[in-house]
Design a protein around this ligand. Sequence first.
Ligand SMILES: *[C@@H]1O[C@H](CO)[C@@H](O)[C@H](O)[C@H]1NC(C)=O
Ligand SMILES: *[C@@H]1O[C@H](CO)[C@@H](O)[C@H](O)[C@H]1NC(C)=O
Ligand SMILES: *[C@@H]1O[C@H](CO)[C@@H](O)[C@H](O)[C@H]1NC(C)=O
Length: 502
Amino acid sequence: MFFHILITLFATVLTQTYEPTWESIDSRPLPDWYDNSKFGIFMHWGVYCVPGYRSEWFWWHWQGENDPNCTEYMAKNYAPGYTYAQFANDFRAEFFDADAFREIVEASGAKYFVFTSKHHEGYTMWPSKVSWNWNSVDIGPKIDVIDALKKAFAKTDIHFGLYFSLYEWFNPQYMQDTQKNTTDYVDQISYPQLLDIVNTYQPEVVWSDGDWDMTAEYWKSKEFIAWLYNESPVKDTVVVNDRWGRGVMGVHGGYLTYEDNYIAGTLLARKWENCDSLDQYSWGGRRTMRSGDVLSVHDAIAELAQTIACNGNFLLNVGPDMHGKIPPLLEERLRQIGDFVKANAEAVYGTHPWAYQSDLNNVWYTSNLRNDNLPKQRVWNPQDQQNTIIYAWLIDVNLTEYTLQNVKVVDQTKVTILSTGTELSKSKGSNGELIVNLDKVPWEKLVRIDVLVLKIEYAQSDSHDPLASPTPTSALGEESKKPRDFKSLRQKDVEILSHSLK
Ligand SMILES: *[C@@H]1O[C@H](CO)[C@@H](O)[C@H](O)[C@H]1NC(C)=O
Ligand SMILES: *[C@@H]1O[C@H](CO)[C@@H](O)[C@H](O)[C@H]1NC(C)=O
Ligand SMILES: *[C@@H]1O[C@H](CO)[C@@H](O)[C@H](O)[C@H]1NC(C)=O
C-alpha cells in the first residue's frame, strides 16, 4: 500500500503537463509505437460510397460547385429532387464484417489503422448525439461501425486511430459561424464530437482534417490537444497530425502531413507522414474505378521505401463500397504489399533512416543498429562498421551490377538478400564504393515486384551527417526522384473549396 502510494506520487511528479500553446504541444515527443510502425492503412468510408461517383467529395462537386458530370449523373439515375441525405437509406453495408476488414489490414503488414469517424459530409460512423439522424446507427448500416472495428482490431497488435473532419460543408451552424463570427458549430458539434470519439473509442491517432478555412483558435485545437495529452484516456499513447487550423499544416501539431501524397525526398528532422490512396482518383469507394487507376504493388513499395528512408510513415488508403466490401482488386493489392513487407520486415519496422537516404539508380536506405545504445528519439543512425546494418532498397532492379556510391566497402563487408539470406559477391569501386553483383539472385524464391532489399553489414564507418548536409536531389540523378508526381483530384478540390467559401 505504502509502496503503491510512493509509486503514484513519483509518477505524478514525472508526468509532463502540456499547455494549450503550439510551443508546448510541439515539444511533446511522439510515442515510440508510431515511428516503429512505419506503415498504416487509412480507410475512408461514409455515405459518399453510395453514389460512388468521382470521389468522396461528390456532394460538394454536385451541389457546392455544380459540376456538370455530377448533375448529369443525378439527372440520369435519380428522381428529380433526390437529396444527398437520401443516399444514406441505401448505405446498408449488408456484407460488412469488421473481422474481414481487420484480417485484410493484418495481411497488408500495416501496424496502424486510421478510420474516418466523420468526413466533410458530416455523417458520423458512430451514434453521435449531436448528429441526429445523420449517423450510422440512425440511418444506413444501423450499427456503430467504429465500435465494431475497434473491437475487431483490439484482437491484434495494430494501433487503432480515427480521422475526423473538423468542418462540414453544408452544416448550417458551421456556415453561420463562418459568416457571423460566432462559434456555435464548434461549441455544439465539432468539439463535443472530438471529446466523444476519444472518450468512447480511445483512438491512438487523431487524424484531423477539414480545418483550413478557420483558425486553430476557432477550432479550439490547442485546448483539445492539451486535454488529449494531459488528461484523456489515451494521453500516453496518442499521436495527432498537423491539420488543426488555417496555416497550421506542416508547422505545428504531432507529426506533419504537409498535404495529401506528400513525399519529402530528403531527410526531415521532424516525423512526417505520406498519405496516399490505392485508387489514385478517390479516397472513398468509387464505382467507376478501373484497374489502371490503382497504385501498383511496386509503386506502393517504392513509396514506402522513399518515405521511411526520410523519416516518414506511409499511410495507404482503401475505400470500401456501399455493401461493406473492400473491392477485391484493392484487397489483392493489400495482400501482395503485405507479402513483400512481411518478407522484408527487418528493413521496415523499428528501423531508422541511415546516414544517407538514397543513391543513384533509385536506391533508398533504412538501417538498424546491432547494439542499439543511442537515444530512441534520434532521427538517423550513423555508420559504424561493427554496429550498423544497412538495408538498401533497389526499387527498379534492371541491372546485373549495382554501384552503391554511399556505401564504402572493406574486406569484412557482407551483402545478402534480406528475405533469403543469399550472400552476393561484391567488389570495390575506384572510390571505395560497394559494387554488388546480382547474377546469383534466386528470383524464383522472392516476392517478385522488381524491388530487392539488400542487407549490408560491416561497411566502412563514415561521419556523414544527413541533417547538416542533406543529399541534394540534383546529385541523385533523374532516376532517384520520386517515380511519379502523385497529384490527386482532392488537392484541387481543397483549393476550389477554400476559394469558394471566401
Ligand atoms: C467530366 O467527364 C468527362 C468525360 O468523362 C471528363 O473528361 C471530365 O474531366 C469530367 N470533368 C470533371 C470536372 O471531372
Ligand atoms: C470575432 O470574434 C472574436 C472573439 O469573439 C473577436 O476577438 C474578433 O475580433 C471577431 N472578429 C471579427 C472580424 O469581428
Ligand atoms: C533502370 O531503372 C532506372 C531507374 O528507374 C531507369 O532510370 C533506367 O532507365 C532503367 N534502365 C533500363 C535499362 O531499363
